[in-house]
Ligand binder design. Structure first.
Ligand code: SME
Length: 154
């Protein structure tokens, strides 16, 4: 991880250590990402409830409130249980456009202790091909810090 990214991860560890509350921690992590990562226009969470992804804490423009399992980039991430990077959202069939400024996107799965999906962390950029291996490492480590802070979402 580069210097700036490890600083963000360190800040997240300090910020999320104060409570186990899921909503408080997701709200603060979305704000930390939005304020500290360059060239992004949305950062937030969708939580898996009754077979759908439901909008959680976020920073950015208002977004769609429900995503069917398997739909869009978030749904693909939840269904495949893998990080999804889309360098050009206009070339992704079924991309759900919440902010028309978004050009690239990364979505990271969040797991409960038993290995089932709790939700996803979604970050959008107004720049094409914004998310590389470096950002993937940063966001996967932030997802891990969040999961631990929330006691594995149990
Ligand atoms: N673009 C996402 C939907 C959520 S917004 O980007 C906030 C998708 O295709 O799943």
């Amino acid at each position: 991880m580069n210097g700036n990214n490890s600083q963000i991860a360190e800040q997240a560890r300090a910020l999320l250590g104060a409570t186990k509350d899921f909503t408080a921690n997701m709200a603060n992590l979305s704000a930390l990402i939005y304020q500290n990562v360059q060239d992004i226009n949305w950062a937030g969470f969708y939580i898996f409830k009754n077979g759908k992804l439901v909008l959680g804490p976020f920073q950015g423009k208002p977004a769609c409130v429900e995503i069917e399992n398997g739909k869009g980039v978030c749904g693909l991430c939840a269904k495949s249980a893998k990080t999804v990077i889309v360098p050009d959202v206009h070339k992704f069939p079924g991309h759900i456009a919440c902010d028309c400024a978004s050009k690239s996107e990364i979505v990271i799965p969040l797991f409960k202790t038993d290995g089932t999906i709790y939700g996803v962390m979604d970050i959008d950029s107004p720049k094409e091909d914004r998310f590389s291996q470096q950002e993937r490492e940063l966001f996967e480590s932030l997802a891990d810090i969040l999961t631990r802070a929330c006691g594995g979402f149990n």
